[in-house]
Design a protein around this ligand. Structure first.
Ligand code: UDX
Length: 445
């Protein structure tokens, strides 16, 4: 039986470790954060992710899964060590590899038997080669160590499902031994395994994420044009989607992509290409469109409200997408900051993101525990995340609860036919606006 250690208990590391245990491997997850490890030992996931807690409890009970801060001991006797730590963005847009190298050094200094180190973190092309050389330089024992690339394609909110039923498993290795070990690790998943060299594997990850980001920016670009020429993006993407080469996924317009991957991975690849003397124009365009798209709702609102000073603004949805409490690069953040800077009073609702939001904006926002309370007496409302609860809300609440029902929906949550007749002014992305509030007022006058 293979002894596997996973370094890092964030989204990538923890989900990988738990799923490897679930398919029958013996897994130890290590992290230097004692608080996280304590929580995990109690069967509590430090991140909000459907199904994760249940799998943690189940596999700890089965004896397949354990958690420790004693990384040295865990690395010493492992056959395979996965590195699943973060690679955040540096100020210049490049990937910060400090966590990867810190773990690599510790592994090199601790291993007491031959082992395969698998880089799951998203790293620039060529990093696996460098990490291998670096570890060989820092080895303390006379053992064989090799590095393989095995990028992760999980999305937050569906991470467990994405891992257990992966669309593909990409393995980048430079030797038959490394390849065979990873084939054994992944055999129980019964998913397509693609074998290639390390650099290609590293590139698959960036190219996949950047392609999806580009798809979103493209659809946002078209949506903005639809607004100007009187087309409806929903009808347009529906018409496009019947072409199987285009497909129907990742064609939802909105206020841009956020999260822990697309923003940083587009910038990192663009940065890397420039370093190689090549300009990746398409990816640069995706980044530029996304940057502007974040503010599209505020721009629309400015047509109705020359200033937000002193206005009561309802905010529905704070996280970068539904199904997660993660706020990394959430488009709501720069919007909220701008509104606060202009002197708006914000009352916000989000089903799971509030606790994390309080860490960013502890006192400046009034947090409400329901959609209804957030709308109370508001002059205008922004929708930043398409939570199911928001999509299914009673649309008459806008008129009933708000002082003036001006709604700016950044995720096209509502069907235009449902919005009609509710007496509000409703603006979404790439679709015709519905302006009934003034009309109704005039009728009443
Ligand atoms: C993404 C990739 O999907 C995943 O494969 C990769 O491993 C990590 O990055 P994630 O960041 O969790 O996963 O979320 P995803 O569902 O891809 O959404 C990213 C952002 O794009 C969100 O802000 C979402 O709102 C936005 N998005 C997505 C759109 O604006 N339109 C779409 O059609 C799809």
């Amino acid at each position: 039986m293979l002894h596997i250690t996973v370094a890092g208990t964030g989204y990538v590391g923890l989900v990988t470790g738990v799923c490897l245990a679930e398919v029958g491997h013996q897994v130890t997850c290590v992290d230097n954060n004692q608080e996280k490890i304590n929580l995990l030992r109690e069967g509590i996931s430090p991140i909000y992710e459907p199904d994760l807690d249940e799998l943690i409890v189940k596999n700890v009970e089965k004896g397949n899964l354990s958690f420790t801060t004693d990384s040295k001991n865990a690395y010493a006797h492992s056959d395979v060590i996965f590195i699943g730590v973060g690679t955040p963005e540096n100020e210049d847009g490049s990937a910060n590899l400090n966590f990867v190298y810190t773990v690599a050094k510790e592994i090199a200094e601790s291993v007491e038997q031959d082992c395969l180190v698998v880089v799951k973190s998203t790293v620039p092309i060529g990093t696996n080669d460098k990490v291998e050389a670096y570890m060989k330089d820092h080895l303390k024992q006379n053992v064989k160590i090799e590095v393989a690339s095995n990028p992760e394609f999980l999305a937050q909110g569906t991470a467990v499902r994405d891992t257990l039923h992966a669309s593909r498993i990409v393995i980048g290795t430079e030797s038959e031994t490394a390849k065979q070990i990873l084939m054994d690790v992944y055999e129980p998943f019964k998913q397509p395994i693609l074998h290639m060299n390390r650099r290609s594997a590293e590139m698959v990850k960036y190219a996949s994420n950047d392609f999806l980001a580009l798809k979103i920016s493209f659809v946002n670009d078209i949506a903005n044009l639809c607004e100007r020429v009187g087309a409806n993006i929903e009808e347009v993407t529906n018409g496009m989607s019947y072409d199987e080469r285009i497909g129907n996924r990742f064609l939802n317009p909105g206020i841009g992509y956020g999260g822990s991957c697309f923003p940083k991975d587009t910038k990192a690849l663009h940065w890397l290409s420039e370093e190689q003397g090549y300009i990746l124009r398409t990816v640069k365009a995706a980044i530029d469109v996304n940057e502007k798209q974040k503010y599209t709702l505020i721009k629309k609102a400015r047509n109705d409200f020359p200033t937000f000073k002193g206005l009561k603004v309802a905010v529905l949805g704070l996280t970068f997408k539904p199904g997660t409490d993660d706020l990394r690069e959430a488009p709501s953040i720069p919007n909220v900051r701008m509104l606060l800077n202009e002197g708006a009073e914000i009352q916000a609702y989000d089903p799971v993101g509030v606790e994390n939001y309080k860490k960013l904006f502890p006192d400046q926002i009034t947090y409400k525990s329901s959609i209804e309370d957030a709308l109370e007496d508001a002059d205008l409302c922004f929708v930043f995340t398409e939570w199911q609860e928001i999509k299914e809300m009673d649309l008459t609440l806008f008129k009933k609860k708000m002082k003036t029902p001006f709604i700016y929906d950044g995720r096209n949550c509502f069907d235009l036919n449902e919005v009609k007749g509710k007496g509000m002014n409703y603006y979404s992305v790439g679709r015709p606006s519905i302006m009934e509030y003034y009309v109704m007022d005039e009728v009443h006058a």
